[in-house]
Design a protein around this ligand. Sequence first.
Ligand code: ADP
Ligand code: ADP
Length: 233
Amino acid sequence: EAIIHMRDLIKQYQMGDTTVTALDHASITVKKGDFVSIVGPSGSGKSTLMNIIGCLDHPDSGEYILEGQTVDKMKDYQLATIRNENIGFIFQNFNLLSRLTAVENVELPLIYRGTKAKERREMAMESLKKVGIADRAGHLPHQLSGGQQQRVAIARALVGEPPILLADEPTGALDSQTSKEIMEVLSQLNQQGHTIILITHDPEVAKMGKRMVRISDGKLSEVGMNEHEYLHI
Ligand code: ADP
Ligand code: ADP
């Protein structure tokens, strides 16, 4: 069953006299249990697409259905609710709050939801366990390595059990060994049933997905499995 259905999305930016087409009739369907990598070079439209998938921005035209709800024309306040219920964000720079401990960072999405303190702590610890970092629950972000911080950020994305994990260059700030470990964590979560959308410029990272979609000048095209080894971007 489809969690995301996007059809013919167009998004343009006006730069003085010129119009930049960041998304050009982009269409994609993501099913429950998918692990989709969206790969493309700088300027190809990745951030624009991620902002629309993540309900941070609207397309100019086209259809976007998320968990059965048509979101393309929703107002910002409605999008905020949809976003919090459906999307767990994972960013390149982790985006942890520096004055909160690991477990407190993981609790944040639950505070927004109004979950009670005791239950919040239990759920956050459970989520930290899932990504193998429960032993660092009381640490502040600066006391953790990059890979550990990203695990905490993944635990935060998971804690509200959103239908989709949306990862934007999740290994972009990590060395190659740590990148592999983080991609392994994402693979395991996918094997446990989590649906993942990964956006990256790096074909090596993109290969970890079950499906690869190329973005080029705002256009999306599915990359066939046997094309993987020939992919040069
Ligand atoms: P990527 O994330 O792959 O680097 P972006 O989605 O950021 O791609 O950009 C796609 C295209 O849209 C690029 O040509 C970029 O310069 C342009 N663009 C992105 N954001 C804006 C903006 N706010 N104003 C004008 N042009 C933009
Ligand atoms: P970039 O990849 O361009 O450095 P990020 O990936 O950090 O940017 O963030 C992409 C967008 O998501 C930004 O507009 C940012 O303000 C927004 N954002 C960051 N964290 C959250 C969040 N927890 N919930 C919703 N939106 C967020």
